[in-house]
Design a protein around this ligand. Sequence first.
Ligand SMILES: [Zn+2]
Length: 375
Amino acid sequence: MSKQKISKAKSINRTKTFVELIISAVLIAAAVMITKGALDRSSNVGSTSNVQETIPEETVIIEEETDPNKIIFASAPVKTKDKFYGDLILVNNSHQYFSTGEEDLVSILEMNDQTGRDFFTAVDYDYTILRPVYEPMGQMLEDFYKLYNNDTIIIYGSFRSTDFQQKLYEADLAENGSEDSTLVAKPGFSEHETGYAFDLSETENYDYMGTGDFAWINENCYKYGFVVRYTKAKENITEIRDEPWHFRYVGIPHAFYMTKNDLCLEEYIDLLRTHPYDGEHLTFTDDQNKNYEVYFYASDDAAETTNVPVPTGRKYDISGNNVDGFIVTVYTDEIVEPGMEHTTEASTEASTETASEESSDAESDSEEVEVIPLT
Ligand SMILES: [Zn+2]
């Protein structure tokens, strides 16, 4: 080989090496970008996903890395039948309540004795309500008493067993001689069977109209987690006449949102369905400056368990809607240790065993939360 040829060969070799280097660099850069993109997508969940897709990729990555408030979601296995329980269940003429017969009930008068609340009463000691509903109800009536010095309130309607509802229904039919009662809900279809509802009276004449001083209760009940369930304006939707005396527990965030946006429970449940987990979550701030994020997740009716996405590191609640799925309420401001996220407050049945420390064993134990973020 001549000198010139050797030199040319060397030159070609150098060029080849240089090209290889460039190709390698491009491949590495591409790999890095793909990995970053994948990481971004895997953590890009929840309400912000639609927004972020329109932002240049570089910006997204920076935001992802510097946003300590980003909520990571994990999967919590929930019994699919639990969609029939929880403080957001819709019970009306079309949606039956399936009593477990094991509702966690307390006697209102016994609780009054224990807490020293002697400024309201119930018909007798057999009047019961769900344990977590007693305290907000008692607190509301206590605040009312302190404001107006009025101790006449009687709880004349609270939890009713389906058997008792049956008796009420039959008695009403016998009295009115009609086939269907417009005054008493069919057995299985009364909110009173859930333990989340109660009726007030001013005297023994069932005469509470939420007027005068009592208007304060109807106007402020949302602050305690209650809604006036049946109003004149929503009669065509609820199919129940105006009942200013009937209060229903739904929890503070939801009572706030429903009241401020003038939605009855039927409308609210429909609205939440338009805020699914993989779409835009419903986010709002209440009048105590607390922030919430709420979304719907359809139940997997073909399976015993539905894997509901839940936040990690934030307090949350799950409730069934008694129709087609679950509603997750995230208490955005309440940062909690792993394993402490779920609160069962005022929720009877919809329960999840969440965030175990041994989450790596998630596959072998269906009761534990998988820690893999969901997309
Ligand atoms: Zn009632």
